[in-house]
Every structure is written in structure tokens, then in C-alpha cells.
Write a protein that binds this ligand. Structure first.
Ligand code: ADP
Ligand code: MG
Length: 234
């Protein structure tokens, strides 16, 4: 299969006033194009650190990251990063929020604006485009945050417990919604979640990290054919 992201021997040592914390140790894995991979592991094992390093926002202590075969240092515009907080700007309308990433990257072309408007329409936010974030539900805000991230056409999307702030019902709706958007837009996704059933139902593979220092403990391939066969046999 066609690999899009390669993470090789990543280690991270944080230095703070009380000493050193080894957050990640020798983490190696790859993502294939179009794949959905979840990361699970105990709290504090380095999941967020790993995503921040891949996004380029956090420096790694050791190791290498390759995207489409090229070694990457720092921020790479092929990556979109969504956090638990939706980080919408409260004083801007939904429309200017979803265009904000394009504005920052100086990519506000007619073509890109049309793409964003298409996404707003397709995912039922167009009629809310002149509203402010506080006027939207949690689920709608997350959809708007996703469209803002997709606007710059990332090839890989990193989601760090992006839905855990939502209540249970909304979370089920929004995750289904968002994963079907990602599949349709052919995005490769790396998802940190603490919800194992969400990981199983949404992913092609699950990476299990050990407790700190986070190391890859297991990689499970979710084989839907086998799952289905087994459930037919029951
Ligand atoms: P997770 O997302 O799996 O809960 P994190 O990646 O947030 O874990 O944190 C991993 C470990 O690194 C934790 O022990 C945390 O306290 C520590 N850590 C995270 N960020 C920093 C930082 N900026 N400075 C020092 N230690 C940090
Ligand atoms: Mg975290």
C-alpha cells in the first residue's frame, strides 16, 4: 500500500524545573493513504505529545518524520490538526472562521473559497455562515472547525480527542458525521481517543501505547471482513 506518513524512532524528553520526563520512546509506525488509525493508551502516556510532534508544533528529541517520502522538520502544510477545543474565534462569523486558515496561509483564491462554500453547503452549515460560534450547538461548532481545517486541503488530519468535550449523544452524531466527511474527502486520519468502541468502529488499525514512556505496545488491524464473518457464524 501507498504510505503517506512515516514516523521513525520518535523519542521525546521534556525538561522542566523538577527534572526530566521521558514522554515517548522509540515510536515507529506508518500510515497508508486513506487509512484511519486510532491511538489509544493510558492518560499521560504521550498521545498528545506524539500528535504535536507530527504536526510540527512540538520538537522531537530523537527520530524522524517523513510525509510522502520527504523528511519533515517543523510545521508542514500537508497536515491539519484538530484539538479537543474547537478554537473558533468568537468575534468572527462562522464564514470568516472557516476561511481563517486560508487567510493565514495566504491561499484565499476564488477556487479555494468555492471549495469552502461547497463544504459548508454539503455539511449543512451554509445557512449559519453569518452566525457567531456562540449561536451554534457543540456539534455544529466541531463541524465548522473541521471545515476550517479541511479548507487548506490537508492530506493528513490529526485529531486529538476532538469530540470528548461533547455530550454522549452529540458525540455519537458528530463522530459519525465527521468520519463520513473524512472518508468522502479522502483524508488520511490519525485519531487519539479514549473511547475504545469509537476506535474499533472507526479505524482500520489501532495503535496501543504503553504507559509512560509511551512505546508502541500493540498494533491491531480491524478486519471488517473477519468481524462480519464471525458475527454471521454466531
Ligand atoms: P496524553 O495525551 O497521553 O495524556 P501527554 O502527551 O499530554 O499525554 O503527556 C505525556 C507526558 O509528558 C505527561 O507526563 C505530561 O505531564 C508530560 N508533558 C506534556 N507536555 C509537557 C510539557 N510541555 N512540559 C513538560 N512535560 C510535559
Ligand atoms: Mg492528551
Amino acid at each position: 500500500m501507498n504510505k503517506i506518513l512515516e514516523v521513525k524512532n520518535i523519542s521525546k524528553l521534556y525538561q522542566n524545573k523538577d527534572g526530566e520526563i521521558l514522554a515517548l520512546k522509540n515510536v515507529t509506525f506508518r500510515l497508508n493513504k486513506g487509512e484511519f488509525v486510532s491511538i489509544i493508551g493510558p492518560s499521560g502516556c504521550g498521545k498528545s505529545t506524539l500528535l504535536s510532534i507530527i504536526s510540527g508544533l512540538e520538537e522531537k528529541t530523537e527520530g524522524e518524520i517523513y510525509i510522502e517520502g520527504d523528511k519533515v522538520e517543523g510545521i508542514c502544510n500537508k497536515i491539519g490538526y484538530m484539538l479537543q477545543r474547537d478554537c473558533l474565534l468568537e468575534w468572527k462569523t462562522i464564514y470568516s472562521n472557516v476561511l481563517f486558515g486560508l487567510e493565514v496561509q495566504n491561499k484565499k483564491s476564488q477556487e479555494n473559497i468555492e471549495y469552502v462554500e461547497k463544504l459548508l453547503k454539503k455539511y449543512n452549515l451554509y445557512e449559519f455562515k453569518d452566525k457567531y460560534p456562540s449561536e451554534l450547538s457543540g456539534g455544529m461548532r466541531q463541524r465548522a472547525a473541521l471545515i476550517r481545517t479541511l479548507a487548506v486541503k490537508p492530506k493528513i488530519l490529526l485529531l486529538d480527542e476532538a469530540f470528548s468535550a461533547l455530550d454522549y449523544q452529540t458525540r455519537i452524531m458528530v463522530t459519525n458525521d465527521i468520519y463520513s466527511i473524512l472518508r468522502k474527502e479522502n483524508i488520511t486520519a490519525l485519531i487519539v481517543t479514549h473511547d475504545i468502541s469509537e476506535a474499533i468502529s472507526m479505524s482500520d488499525r489501532i495503535l496501543v501505547l504503553s504507559k509512560r514512556p509511551g512505546m508502541i505496545k500493540d498494533i491491531h488491524k480491524i478486519d471488517f471482513e473477519i468481524e462480519r464473518k464471525n458475527s454471521n457464524e454466531l
